[in-house]
Design a protein around this ligand. Sequence first.
Ligand SMILES: *[C@@H]1O[C@H](CO)[C@@H](O)[C@H](O)[C@H]1NC(C)=O
Ligand SMILES: *[C@@H]1O[C@H](CO)[C@@H](O)[C@H](O)[C@H]1NC(C)=O
Ligand SMILES: *[C@@H]1O[C@H](CO)[C@@H](O)[C@H](O)[C@H]1NC(C)=O
Ligand SMILES: *[C@@H]1O[C@H](CO)[C@@H](O)[C@H](O)[C@H]1NC(C)=O
Ligand SMILES: *[C@@H]1O[C@H](CO)[C@@H](O)[C@H](O)[C@H]1NC(C)=O
Ligand SMILES: *[C@@H]1O[C@H](CO)[C@@H](O)[C@H](O)[C@H]1NC(C)=O
Length: 268
Amino acid sequence: MGFWSVVLFTLLTCASVSISDPSDEACLTHFTQSLKDPTKSLQNWTKSNFANPCYGFTSYLPGATCNNGRIYKLSLTNLSLQGSISPYLANCTNLQSLDLSSNQITGPIPADLQSLVNLAVLNLSSNRLDGEIPPQITMCAYLNVIDLHDNFLSGQIPQQLGLLVRLSAFDVSNNKLSGPIPVSLGNRSGNLPRFNATSFLGNKDLYGYPLPPMKTKGLSVLAIVGIGLGSGFASLVLSFTGVCIWLKATEQKMALEDGKISQLMPDY
Ligand SMILES: *[C@@H]1O[C@H](CO)[C@@H](O)[C@H](O)[C@H]1NC(C)=O
Ligand SMILES: *[C@@H]1O[C@H](CO)[C@@H](O)[C@H](O)[C@H]1NC(C)=O
Ligand SMILES: *[C@@H]1O[C@H](CO)[C@@H](O)[C@H](O)[C@H]1NC(C)=O
Ligand SMILES: *[C@@H]1O[C@H](CO)[C@@H](O)[C@H](O)[C@H]1NC(C)=O
Ligand SMILES: *[C@@H]1O[C@H](CO)[C@@H](O)[C@H](O)[C@H]1NC(C)=O
Ligand SMILES: *[C@@H]1O[C@H](CO)[C@@H](O)[C@H](O)[C@H]1NC(C)=O
């Protein structure tokens, strides 16, 4: 009897205290280490809380949300965070929503995020992220939201992102992206939600539907035609002038030769 009550007590205690998850602990530890927090916004984000961050649905870590004892959401916006996004974030394998918008985070978007197979929301807007958009994030098949606006992302928009059929929000405006907008994103087929030009504006070298035709592109076509016509005309004028000069010179030479001949002729 006494034995069983001890067992029951132990079981109950274990159930009420959340079981630590080594994967989440690695994730949170590295994630925090690679960020800089000059305004000390990440209160309570301490080593002792990484081993056991969850208490039911709530977390001891402000900005984190739990589900089944695992980190489920990270929402750390407008906290003046700097530093970079750790690839170890991929160890938070139950993460469904990652919102680090409106900070000063630098560096690339880690391709390792592809292991976050439950990820539905990725909002990294208004930071200082650079490098390319990793095509690997297409592995996160549940992605609903990709908001990367206002960063320094470069390169092309990966074609594969068009495979994300659950996407209902997509914004890469105000970056340094270039090349064509994949048709699978710019002109989505069927009844998939469509994205208008607002999603793509503010990228100097990005082109294609739904962006309006580039003014400079249109002008440069005209300019090329203009230059072609202009140079054609110029070369015509030049060659004409050349021929004239040549004719004049020949004429003069002939006149001179005539003179010479007349000089050689005895005067009668
Ligand atoms: C964390 O992720 C890395 C790389 O994906 C992996 O090698 C490592 O085993 C993971 N660690 C834990 C504790 O899950
Ligand atoms: C900070 O963490 C401790 C446990 O380490 C917890 O008791 C406390 O409620 C937490 N504070 C906040 C604001 O979540
Ligand atoms: C961001 O935080 C600053 C103060 O830290 C505040 O003044 C500003 O209103 C916040 N912006 C948003 C959009 O919440
Ligand atoms: C991403 O975050 C920004 C700033 O917090 C917010 O204004 C925007 O609506 C979010 N994007 C989406 C698609 O929810
Ligand atoms: C968009 O796709 C439709 C058919 O799916 C096609 O008829 C249309 O020409 C396309 N528009 C552009 C600008 O590519
Ligand atoms: C573009 O789409 C967004 C929602 O995704 C909407 O709020 C906005 O009004 C649209 N703009 C135009 C010009 O249609």
